[in-house]
Design a protein around this ligand. Structure first.
Ligand code: MTE
Ligand code: MO
Length: 308
């Protein structure tokens, strides 16, 4: 496999400047049509009101629905965040099953509708911090992953959880890029069982749209966004640390733990601050995305200064 150049992956300013180039090169009409098709108020993106009180527990404003649904990392569809919504709009999310197996006593394949009936959705307002140093505040709906794990009864040998996204080249146009699909992620079992770890089914009180990982995606708010794997079809309990998608592409740049830490820079940029979508000024990045009280005990005795 050709190792993909890091410039093809990140940082986003390269794409932004490429977009500007395309526009100045004469693609203005096409891009105007694209933005026209997804302006707020169009049927695809209703101008939804954020749930009250409109902020997270730190008082940070909930990000507008239009931004959450039109600025997306979902590489199976595109490297261009602004294009994912359109390219994914016909993605088929029903029927959908999730197979849970590996080192468990009760392996099972769940139908997504059955899962949603079994585990009524609760609302969780979480900050999402991408490794590229932008962030949002998202009102998710979903249920704790712990509930699903409990049902399948992990065996004593299970130490990690491995997640796999759907990869369907017929529906997902990224087949020319030599990534090793499918997208895979993993958590240590205690991280997976943590109460903050969510399987999300909705945003802003509506079912997830394809671009956000419909019909079921993981959300781990104290870790960089790439851990929050989308459109999950398979979950396995395993004994060894899973090899996740980004570690496979570039192990020097992306780690398994990916805990948010302002003091551990990415090799190509600082993680000390971030751009909150919708804000002009950068803001300081907080250790564990400010979920430190809840999660520090998971990492007792580990060296946080080299924390990949
Ligand atoms: N299957 C899959 N899951 C994925 C990704 C992806 O490309 N493919 N991107 C990740 C990254 S880098 C981020 S920041 C978040 C973005 O989630 P959002 O588009 O819902 O904000 O999804 C994560 N989950
Ligand atoms: Mo990301």
């Amino acid at each position: 496999m050709r190792k993909i150049k890091s410039s093809e992956i990140t940082p986003e300013h390269l794409y932004l400047s490429r977009r500007r180039f395309l526009i100045s090169a004469g693609a203005l009409v096409a891009s105007t049509m694209l933005f026209g098709a997804c302006r707020p108020g169009s049927p695809e993106t209703p101008d939804l009101q954020p749930p009250s009180p409109g902020t997270d527990e730190l008082g940070d404003k909930i990000t507008p629905y239009k931004d959450i649904t039109h600025y997306n990392n979902f590489y199976e569809f595109s490297l261009q965040k602004e294009d994912v919504a359109d390219l994914a709009k016909n993605f088929k999310t029903s029927p959908w099953t999730v197979t849970v197996g590996g080192l468990v006593r009760q392996p099972q394949t769940f139908d997504i509708d059955d899962l949603r009936r079994r585990f009524p959705a609760e609302e969780r307002i979480y900050r999402l911090r991408c490794v590229e140093a932008w962030s949002m505040v998202i009102p998710w709906e979903g249920f704790p992953l712990a509930k699903l794990l409990e049902m399948v009864e992990p065996k004593a040998e299970a130490k990690y959880v491995r997640f796999e996204s759907l990869y369907d080249p017929k529906q997902m146009p990224m087949r020319d890029i030599p990534f090793e699909w499918p997208y895979v992620e993993g958590l240590r079992l205690d991280e997976a069982r943590h109460n903050l770890t969510l399987l999300a089914t909705g945003i802003y009180g509506k079912s997830l749209l394809p671009q956000n990982g419909a019909p079921l995606r993981l959300v781990v708010p104290w870790k960089y966004g790439y851990k929050s794997i989308k459109s999950i079809v398979k979950i396995d309990l395993v004994a060894e640390m899973p090899l996740s998608f980004w570690v496979k592409q570039s192990a020097e740049e992306y780690g398994f733990y990916a805990n948010i830490n302002p003091e551990v820079p990415h090799p190509r940029w600082s993680q000390a601050s971030e751009r909150r979508i919708g804000e002009a000024k950068r803001r300081a990045t907080l250790l564990f995305n400010s979920y430190d009280k809840e999660v520090t005990n998971l990492y007792q005795g580990m060296d946080l200064s080299n924390f990949f």
